[in-house]
Design a protein around this ligand. Structure first.
Ligand SMILES: [Zn+2]
Length: 384
């Protein structure tokens, strides 16, 4: 992931950023149903402004998404060995992740009480294997994207992604002698992974009604030295071949892309990432509005985060609504101190509960329209 500092300091972005903040403030007063894909007339009357964040009930604690279970996965994969390109454990981990995404050997979370048991959606597992040459060094790497398609037959789809690779280098470490050694990447490379594995469990136990979900573990996100353009190799690979995955009868692209990166920090703060708000405002608002409803205080709307190049970026270039959830303010970033003890179940739970709620909203908002709109149906005829 790369941080574009110039977007923080360029004065021309300021009015836009202020307008964006105003939009976020207005968002808090919106009715519960999001504006995404809805005509304005269909929206309910504005609700009264929500109470201040501090007094809002913490609904995220009651979410079926389990931050504790996600933290167990985070710890397990962080202890499992390195996931940089060519690491000896790598093939084994690809196997394990594939099995986990298919739900093999997984304890299923409880189905909702008082609901008839629903059949879990079919899961199609795909891997994309490809070679990338790092431009600076000329070194070739073999990379693997892991894709689990839930309800693969459904036309309208949402892509949830995160990177599963961990960094080969620790260029930010204070110990210069260890900068060439690979990092654990408990938050950077494992927190998003753990959140997606838990969402996969939930999506099987409590299937969505209308949309399909593509869970994508991107490889090669970390394949870049500071300042290089080699980052995000896996998402660039997938975005360049989107039509292979999104072919008729599916829509030609996912309706929304949500990418997680560094969402496990025990001191989590998630301001909207700048490119997300600028290019994909409705989707950003939908997620932050859901966080507000959940009382998930890690999500803040009173400031904007920096502009980040990450796995959402190639999809933004394709004009697909694509957002990134990231806490960039993480001091162990790209050091040997990015370890599991810095991460917390509560942080993962706030993110997971928010995403779970956002998925329900997207499922609603993207439901296929009825074949013939009621307004156009012929009036019943009164025959004598
Ligand atoms: Zn990183």
């Amino acid at each position: 992931m790369r941080h574009l500092m110039r977007h923080l300091t360029r004065p021309a972005t300021r009015p836009a950023a202020l307008a964006a903040l105003a939009a976020l403030a207005a968002l808090a007063a919106l009715a519960a149903r999001p504006a995404l894909a809805q005509p304005a007339a269909a929206q309910a009357a504005p609700a009264p402004p929500p109470p201040p964040a501090a007094s809002r009930p913490e609904r995220w604690r009651e979410s079926p998404f389990s931050g504790a279970r996600a933290l167990r996965d985070l710890r397990r994969y962080a202890a499992r060995g390195h996931r940089y390109y060519g690491a000896p454990e790598r093939e084994q981990v690809i196997e394990e992740l594939s099995r986990a995404l298919r739900g093999e050997g997984e304890e299923a979370p409880a189905a909702p009480p008082a609901a008839p048991p629903a059949a879990p959606p079919a899961t199609q597992l795909l891997t994309q294997r490809f070679e990338v040459t790092e431009r600076g060094s000329g070194v070739k790497y073999t990379l693997t994207n892991i894709i689990a398609r839930l309800a693969p037959e459904r036309r309208r789809r949402v892509l949830l992604g995160t990177h599963w690779d961990t960094r080969l280098w620790a260029e930010e470490d204070a110990d210069v002698a260890r900068r060439a050694a690979p990092i654990v990447g408990a938050n950077d490379g494992t927190s998003g992974l753990a959140a997606l594995l838990e969402l996969a469990r939930l999506l099987r136990a409590r299937p969505l009604a209308h949309i399909g979900v593509d869970l994508v573990l991107f490889d090669g996100e970390e394949l870049g030295r500071p300042g290089s353009d080699d980052y995000c190799a896996g998402s660039r690979h997938l975005a360049a071949r989107l039509s292979e995955l999104y072919a008729p009868p599916l829509d030609p692209a996912p309706a929304a892309v949500v990418v997680l990166d560094m969402v496990g920090d025990a001191e989590l703060t998630l301001p909207p990432e700048r490119s997300s708000l600028q290019t994909s405002r409705a989707l950003t608002q939908l997620v932050w509005q859901e966080a507000s409803r959940q009382g998930a205080r890690a999500f803040v709307a009173d400031r904007l985060g920096p502009w980040i190049i990450d796995d959402h970026s190639p999809f933004q270039q394709l004009k697909i609504p694509s957002i990134l959830l990231i806490d960039y303010d993480y001091s162990p970033w790209h050091t040997h101190h990015d370890t599991a003890d810095r991460c917390s179940a509560d942080s993962l739970q706030q993110v997971g509960a928010t995403l779970w709620g956002a998925l329900a909203r997207l499922d609603d908002a993207l439901a296929p329209a009825p074949a013939s709109p009621p307004a156009l149906a012929p009036a019943p005829q009164e025959t004598p």
